[in-house]
Design a protein around this ligand. Structure first.
Ligand code: SOE
Length: 382
């Protein structure tokens, strides 16, 4: 009989798109990875009883509650996993940390820089025994983790330029409804925080450099959309549809970034290309199982971008899965995220991205907003 592992009881707050993805992570991680603790899907929280009960039944959560405070008050809950809209992240995370719970919080860490600061401070003062991590899941796509290994080990030499774009098109149609992701009071920002945050985090992760300067522009194209509850009525879109910015990294690299949910034809395209003095890497989320790599030191007649299949057992995370070449997909990043968080808790390590990392991304998002609000770019006169 295999030895029984100590239990790690999880409470998940929220059950939308990310609720499904995180549930999958908690359920599958212990079946493929040998973990120090056994996660138990103990409590699912949602505001409406019928909705949360149906979700719990579907994804395998043992109990439900319509109040997130239940998760904080229950002594048996070890981990609070927050997948609610950004405006509730700070309150829930701070209460959970104060109650001695480990916290996994979806990105962006908060809706404002001030909230992110308080959250990072709360994680620090919770002490080293309490772990807090932000859900920048794409770090856990094997090709992205491998890109970091290549770049930070010097395989492409000195990093000079970063080109990052996160492009989606689910909002190009003006008749698509006014969901919470389009309302500043719920989401903080639009494309910038929802998907630009991923591009910021991933580019810093892959290069090992931090963004220390930005110049940005933001634009809303569709100012009103039909209300979800009553499509005959319209409400105001109070966030950006698209954001673009240039950036300086602390290691000397220059970056260009684009985040948009209006890029007609692009469904979930996150691309990051890093050019260095000895080569380049090219990551493309829609090409999940491979990584572009260019070796500028190769003999000139054999140079060219190679598309490396990141499906070998020596590649990050792969040995737990299928035989060579048998590919992974979107959900696996969430499985790897659950695995890494459980390991960090079980082994007493600080997980990354930490709340401090999430706070740093928020500083970049805030700086882009300030720069865009100043509108200090050259403007042509007639
Ligand atoms: C979650 O990580 C997330 O950022 C969502 O919030 C976005 O909407 C999605 O498209 C990418 O993933």
């Amino acid at each position: 009989m295999p030895k029984q592992k100590p239990a790690l009881k999880i409470a998940l707050i929220g059950h939308g798109f990310m609720g499904a993805a995180h549930s999958q992570g908690w359920r599958v991680a212990p079946r493929f990875f040998d973990l120090p603790l056994q996660p138990e899907m103990t409590l699912l929280v949602g505001r409406q009883a019928a909705g949360v009960e149906a979700a719990a039944e579907k994804w395998g959560w043992a109990e439900t509650s319509t109040d997130w405070r239940t998760a904080i008050e229950r002594d048996d809950i070890d981990v609070v996993d927050i997948v609610t809209p950004g405006n509730s992240h700070a309150e829930i995370a701070i209460a959970a940390l104060a109650a001695g719970k480990h916290v996994l919080c979806e990105k962006p860490l908060a809706n404002t820089l001030a909230e992110a600061e308080v959250m990072a401070a709360a994680a620090r003062s919770a002490g080293s025994g309490i772990k807090a991590m932000v859900g920048f899941t794409y770090r856990r796509v094997p090709a992205a983790t491998f890109a970091r290994e290549l770049v930070t080990s010097g395989a492409i030499g000195e990093v000079r330029q970063v080109r990052a774009a996160y492009l989606q098109d689910w909002l190009y149609d003006a008749s698509s409804p006014l969901t919470w992701r389009l309302q500043k009071e719920h989401a903080g920002t639009g494309a910038l925080g929802d998907i630009g945050a991923h591009a910021v985090d991933l580019s810093q992760f892959i290069t090992g450099q931090k963004i220390v300067g930005v110049s940005g522009l933001m634009q809303t194209f569709v100012h009103e959309r039909p209300l979800l509850e009553d499509p005959s009525q319209h409400g105001e879109v109070s966030v950006d549809d698209a954001a673009a910015f240039t950036a300086r990294f602390d290691g000397g690299a220059l970056g260009t970034f684009e985040a948009t949910r209006m890029a007609t034809g692009r469904k979930n395209s996150l691309r990051i290309e890093v050019s260095g003095s000895k080569g380049a890497i090219s990551f493309d989320l829609e090409n999940y199982n491979s990584l572009g790599y260019y070796d500028a030191t190769a003999v000139s007649t054999r140079q060219g971008f190679a598309q490396i299949m990141v499906t070998e057992e020596e590649h990050p995370y792969i040995s737990a899965w299928w035989p060579t070449g048998h590919t992974l997909g979107y959900e696996h990043g969430f499985v790897h995220q659950a695995k890494d968080f459980i390991e960090a808790i079980g082994e007493g390590q600080q997980p990354t991205p930490s709340f401090e990392d999430g706070h740093q991304v928020q500083r970049v998002l805030d700086a882009v907003q300030q720069s865009a609000a100043n509108d200090s770019i050259w403007t042509a006169t007639a």
